[in-house]
Design a protein around this ligand. Structure first.
Ligand code: FCB
Length: 448
């Protein structure tokens, strides 16, 4: 048995996002987002499920904050639904929407939990989608207006704001692969969306700094995966490098180095330099806190037919898989080391998501014995600690997710929570993993 301890002041938390938990999709003046529209279309989400009610956090937020306090969470990372505050994306402000986040933030502070607010976790206002969405540069300016409004309203109490959660997912899964809202299958739209999302980060940073009521750290969270070639052939190695450029470097380079690899892609060259305008990259390279969301690695082989990257993911034998991904704990260490070695970021670094959907449920005695999740967390948190030992100044770790919720196109099937949510009654029960994580927080470390 080895004891692993974390540096003093290490930030332990859990994360959620608005569409996945809030429900109340059309209450109190909220406007429709692209996820409301997408999930209401038959065939887009498993079993045609949607987030209309989700886990009803909008009405049960007090109970949920109490659960967080019982788990001993020091911080809570949540997202704000843009359309609660600006139902049409820009213009008219919905005071009732602001009121909800006021109540949530106040309740968190009352319980001694620091709020980390994220402005965008994929739920673009439908009105902005109708004007072209993220492939349209104007959306970036609308985002900055929204960011300014939230900053003016919440920075008297909220000291950490993330602009985006996983811009790659919105851009590529939403616009190129079509699995997420708005459901396009157009690689060029995907690349345009990605640049505008990053640009909107830069514009939002300026807007937040100009309007904040007090000191505020501004971050962004990225989904990052180590990329492996399926074989040692030159073709597979190059395929892995292309996917790395589109997934990891396409976000890390602009944010941390002020350069962008996306115009290396043949398809993007067709845009003949019109996408990234003078001054954009300087604006984007502006981050106080980089959040890393790590779940798994990708193993790639050459596949000429696949647009943009000419690569295809393969699933190697021999490792354990969750309901969604290969379980690959050392990837956590590898990605943190790589960020440190390749970029030496001067900003803070945290793991803002990590977790696993393993089958679990209420046992005969009302307990949820999710041993596999505990093992997953042990192995991944140990890799964070190893990176810290090797010199990477990781400042925090957030579990995904606080509670079971709506997992996008996969509906309510995959359960990621530390808290079990009974599907019919929405009753909350802390899982064994929740109790285990509470002890990690209390000890500021773990034994493996
Ligand atoms: C991340 C998302 C989060 C959740 C987890 C499982 O990519 O940020 O909303 O879906 O994956």
């Amino acid at each position: 048995m080895t004891s692993l301890t974390f540096p003093k002041g290490f930030v332990w938390g859990a994360a959620t996002s608005a569409y996945q938990i809030e429900g109340a999709w059309n209450e109190d003046g909220k406007g429709p987002s692209i996820w409301d529209v997408f999930s209401h279309k038959p065939g887009k989400v498993a079993n045609n499920e949607n987030g209309d009610v989700a886990v009803d956090h909008y009405h049960r937020y007090k109970e949920d904050v109490k659960l967080m306090a019982d788990l001993g969470l020091k911080t809570y990372r949540f997202s704000i639904a843009w359309t609660r505050i600006l139902p049409e994306g820009t213009g008219k402000v919905n005071q009732k929407g602001l009121g909800f986040y006021d109540r949530l933030v106040d309740e968190l502070l009352k319980q001694g939990i620091e709020p980390y607010a994220c402005l965008f976790h994929w739920d673009l206002p439908q009105t902005l989608q109708e004007k072209g969405g993220w492939p349209n540069r104007e959306t970036a300016y609308a985002f900055a207006e929204y960011a300014r409004l939230v900053s003016e309203h919440l920075t008297d109490r909220v000291k950490v704001i993330f602009t985006h959660n996983e811009p790659w997912v919105t851009a590529i899964l939403g616009h190129f692969l079509g699995d997420h809202a708005p459901g396009f299958r157009d690689p060029v739209a995907g690349v345009k969306a990605l640049h505008h999302l990053l640009l909107s980060h830069g514009l939002a940073v300026e807007a937040i700094r100009a309007s904040a009521k007090g000191p505020v750290k501004i971050g962004i969270t990225l989904n990052l995966n180590p990329m492996y070639p399926a074989t040692s052939s030159k073709k597979d190695r190059e395929a892995a490098l292309r996917v790395d450029a589109l997934t990891n470097r396409s976000v890390l380079d602009p944010l941390l180095k002020g350069t962008s690899p996306i115009e290396e892609f043949a398809l993007v060259k067709m845009l003949s330099g019109s996408l990234i305008k003078a001054g954009d990259l300087e604006k984007i390279k502006n981050v106080d806190l980089l959040g890393v969301n790590y779940y798994s690695r990708s193993v790639l082989k050459h596949e000429a037919k696949f647009p943009l990257v000419a690569a295809k993911q393969t699933f190697p034998e021999g490792n354990e898989y969750s309901g969604m991904w290969e379980i690959y704990p050392q990837g956590m260490y590898e990605i943190l080391m790589r960020i440190w070695k390749d970029y030496r970021p001067s900003c803070e670094l945290m793991v803002t998501e990590n977790g696993v959907p393993v089958p679990d449920g209420l046992d005969f005695d009302g307990r949820v014995r999710d041993e596999r999740r505990i093992r997953y967390l042990q192995n991944h948190i140990a890799q964070v600690q190893r990176a810290i030992q090797d010199g990477v100044p990781v400042k925090g770790y957030f579990h995904w997710s606080l509670m079971d919720n709506f997992e996008w196109a996969l509906g309510f099937g995959p359960r990621f929570g530390l808290v079990y949510v009974e599907p019919k009654t929405l009753k909350r029960t802390v899982k064994d993993s929740g109790r285990w994580f509470a002890k990690v927080i209390q000890d500021n470390g773990l034994t493996i």
